[in-house]
Write a protein that binds this ligand. Structure first.
Ligand SMILES: Cc1ncc(COP(=O)(O)O)c(C=O)c1O
Length: 385
C-alpha cells in the first residue's frame, strides 16, 4: 500500500508562474490591465474565438453571459441535472426558472432528446455542460436552438483543450464559459474566461465591472479621462493582472498538461478494460475530451459495498477521490423550490449512486496511477459479491 496520501487533483505550477507574478508585483499595475488584455488575446487565439473576456470565475462568466442575453424573470433556461451547482445557481441569480434535463447514462452528458421535451414558449436558453471535458452533441443542440430561436451558453469549465472534430470548444458564436479554478486543467487559483462574439463580450465587460462605461486602466492611464457613467448596475467580476500573469504561463504549458492527462487516462483505460467492478465513461468518436476528470461508474450489483464506502476504502489506502456531482435536483434549494424528486432524472440519479472520480493531474507519476489501479482492484476484489 502507498505510504503517502495521493491528492486527487493537485495544481501544476512552477517557478515560471512565481516569476510571472513577481514581475507583475514589481509594476505599478495590479488589477485588470496589460497582462489581462494579453491573456484575453492569447486565450482567444488558442481556442479560435472572436474574442475573450477574463473574469474572476467561470460562475461570473455564466452569470454575465445570461445577463448579456437579457435573460431574466419569466424566462426558462434548460440545463443538465448532472453539473456543479454554479451552472444552475446563475439561472436563479438572474431570476429565471431552472429547467433540468436528464443525461445519457454512458457519457453523463445532457441528452438532446430530453432538452427538446422541455422546450416551452418561455424557454430562452440552453446551457449544455461539457461534463468531464467531453463536449456535448453541439450540432444537435445548436440546431434545436436555431429551430426554437434559443440562446446557447456553453459551460466549458472542464474544457481546455476540448474539441468537436477540429473545432475547439469556445470557437463558435455561443458565449462559452471556462474555469481556471485551482483544480482545473489550467489554473489561476480562481478565474474564468468568457469567449464569443465581440459585441456580446463588450456588453458582458461593462456588466462585469460595476456597469461602468470606462474601466480603471483606461481612466488612469496618461491622457485617460476620470469620467465614467453607469448605464446598468453591474458586478465586480474582473480578473487581476496578477492572476492573468499566471494564466499566460499556464496557457503556454497546456499542450504538455494535456499530453500527460491523455497518458494517465490511457493507463486507466487499459487497466479497467475488462473490469467487472467498474466502467469508465464512454468517449465518443469525433470528440476530443480534455480529460479534466476520469469518472468511473461502479458496478454495484457485483459489490457488497456502496460508492461512499468504496471511497472510504480507497482513502484508507491513501488514494484521494471525489464525486462529480451531486445532481442539481438533489440539492435542498432546488427540491424545495421546484419539488424535484430523485427519480425525476433517473439517469443522473442512477449515476450519482455509482460515480467516483479517480486522481488525475499532470503532477501524477506513472507509479501514482499504478497505486490507484492497485487500490481500486484490491477494494473491488475484497468486496466482490
Ligand atoms: C461544470 C462547472 N461549471 C461551473 C463551475 C464554476 O467554476 P468557477 O469555480 O470558476 O466559478 C465549475 C467549477 O467547478 C464546474 O465544474
Amino acid at each position: 500500500m502507498r505510504k503517502e496520501f495521493l491528492a486527487f487533483a493537485p495544481p501544476s505550477l512552477g517557478e515560471e508562474e512565481i516569476l510571472a507574478v513577481t514581475n507583475v508585483l514589481k509594476t505599478d499595475w495590479l488589477s485588470s490591465g496589460p497582462k489581462t488584455a494579453e491573456f484575453e488575446s492569447l486565450f482567444a487565439q488558442a481556442v479560435g474565438a472572436e474574442g475573450a473576456l477574463a473574469l474572476n470565475s467561470c460562475t461570473a462568466a455564466l452569470h454575465v453571459a445570461l445577463l448579456a442575453h437579457n435573460i431574466g424573470p419569466g424566462d426558462e433556461v434548460i440545463t443538465t441535472a448532472m453539473t456543479f451547482c454554479a451552472t444552475a445557481n446563475v439561472i436563479e441569480h438572474v431570476g429565471a426558472t431552472t429547467v433540468l434535463a436528464d443525461v445519457n447514462p454512458d457519457t453523463l452528458l445532457i441528452d438532446p432528446l430530453q432538452i427538446e421535451k422541455r422546450i416551452t414558449k418561455r424557454t430562452k436558453a440552453i446551457i449544455p455542460v461539457h461534463y468531464a471535458g467531453h463536449p456535448c452533441d453541439m450540432d444537435r443542440i445548436n440546431a434545436m436552438a436555431a429551430k426554437h430561436n434559443l440562446v446557447v451558453i456553453e459551460d466549458a469549465a472542464h474544457c481546455m483543450p476540448s474539441k468537436i472534430g477540429d473545432l475547439s470548444v469556445g470557437a463558435t458564436k455561443n458565449l462559452t464559459c471556462f474555469s481556471f479554478y485551482a483544480n482545473k486543467n489550467m489554473t489561476t487559483g480562481e478565474g474564468g474566461m468568457l469567449t464569443g462574439p465581440k459585441e456580446l463580450l463588450e456588453k458582458a465587460r461593462v456588466l462585469a465591472l460595476h456597469g461602468m462605461s470606462r474601466n480603471a486602466w483606461k481612466r488612469f492611464e496618461k491622457g485617460g479621462s476620470w469620467r465614467y457613467d453607469v448605464p446598468a448596475p453591474g458586478f465586480k467580476y474582473n480578473m487581476s493582472d496578477i492572476l492573468a500573469s499566471i494564466g499566460i504561463v499556464q496557457l503556454g504549458k497546456l499542450d504538455g498538461f494535456y499530453r500527460r492527462r491523455c497518458e494517465i487516462a490511457a493507463r486507466y483505460d487499459k487497466a479497467f478494460k475488462e473490469s467487472m467492478t467498474l466502467k469508465p465513461l464512454t468517449v465518443l468518436e469525433g470528440f476530443q475530451t480534455s480529460y479534466h476528470l476520469y469518472v468511473v461508474q461502479l458496478n454495484l450489483e457485483k459489490l457488497s459495498i456502496d460508492r461512499d464506502q468504496f471511497i472510504v476504502e480507497l482513502a484508507e489506502r491513501n488514494i484521494g477521490c471525489s464525486v462529480h456531482y451531486v445532481p442539481i435536483h438533489m440539492h435542498s434549494y432546488y427540491q424545495n423550490k421546484y419539488g424535484f424528486k430523485p427519480v425525476d432524472f433517473p439517469h443522473a440519479f442512477g449515476a450519482f449512486q455509482r460515480i467516483l472520480s479517480l486522481p488525475l493531474s499532470p503532477r501524477h507519476r506513472d507509479q501514482d496511477i499504478d497505486d490507484v489501479i492497485a487500490a481500486v482492484n484490491e477494494v473491488g476484489e475484497k468486496f466482490k459479491r
